[in-house]
Design a protein around this ligand. Sequence first.
Ligand code: PLP
Length: 428
Amino acid sequence: MDFKNSEKLYKKGLKHLVGAVNSPVRAFASVGGNPLFIKKAKGTVITDVDGNDYIDYVLSYGPMILGHRHKKVEKAIKKALKNGYTFGASTKNEIKLAKIVCDAFPGMDKVRFVNSGTEAVLSALRLARAYTGNDKIIKFAGCYHGHSDALLVAAGSGLVTLSLPGSKGVPEGAVKNTLIANYNDLESVKAHFEKHDDIAGVIIEPIAGNMGVVLPQGNFLKELKAYLETKNALLIVDEVMTGFRSKFGGAQELLGVEADITCLGKVIGGGFPVGAYGARNEIMEMVSPLGAMYQAGTLSGNPIAMAAGIATLTELKKQNPYQKFDEIAARLEQMLREKANKHGVDIVVNRYGSMINPFFKRGVVTNFEEAQESDTKKFAVFFWELVKNGIFLPPSQFEAWFLSSALSEKDLEQTENAIDKAMEAVAK
Ligand code: PLP
């Protein structure tokens, strides 16, 4: 396997693109080498510009839950294209997608579509502030909620991978209302409420995927919600990654918790730029044009993206792959453990639904601090050996691997062989 064309494009890309990428997690910063340039993808297979095929566990960081270019999604996109690309006015499909989304999340009477997960979350925070009249927001260390100023603190994968503590260019004032708590530690949330009486709400990744996969322990989310109710503060659940992925009704359905405000992205756009935030009527009625909280978007509710989203969610509901995801993830966990054991490599495997990843360390990973104890040098060796054996996974220790419903037995066999070789390489 060689990567000559990727290398050439990388060098060429450096001239007019920053680091030759449009999102830093694509830069291979912590695993070394040049980023791969992709030519095409179909089903479970992604192909780079050198003609190398890989089984894809990145899935564009989650959206491609049915695999690439599912025929029903493609048909819907082609049909939508014929009517035009964007109108700056409402369309029937926005109502259709809104209904699918609101039906899946009982806590959502209304939804507003935006263009990315980042937009969904920053709008959700504005809404929480508008509704409660309070300014402070609590977030958890290691959770990533997009790149808006207020949330670029202790923000997980991209920043840890690049060893950045936060981001330059974020003014102190922008983060002065952001309080940090520890994942799975309700006491750390309570401590903030004891000090401040102007907290609007708490934002959380219900199953964290941006410090690697980290699971809420016990009834953490339920207890958090019950506590926030006593404080009149809102629970903002960021389901950009988990929405329609953990279950059709997201992690909230899986964990039996109802958010006050839910943020969505990734899967709901079927591969096109869509985000959304939604809540019960009394909260959403704060949003313009019904209320005084302003939020807008030239391309929001884009017709092509709506068509792709509707087709994806309709097919997903029909397939109902959640049991299958759990079985495949269990098999991957077993493979990772068996091969690690065979070659004497220490790993911790965390998984939930269709998100999984191994950490190269002993013990457990229940929060950001424990995730950061992983041996990223070992991960880099593991990563490249998997790539060389036809497996595409996120180039960071601190990212989840994603499963698609298109995965086949043959894909899993190839994955198992590749993991065996990769663990052997790590052990050397
Ligand atoms: N929230 C979570 C939980 C995410 O995982 C991400 C992206 O990975 C975002 C928000 C930001 O979404 P986007 O990259 O679409 O802006």
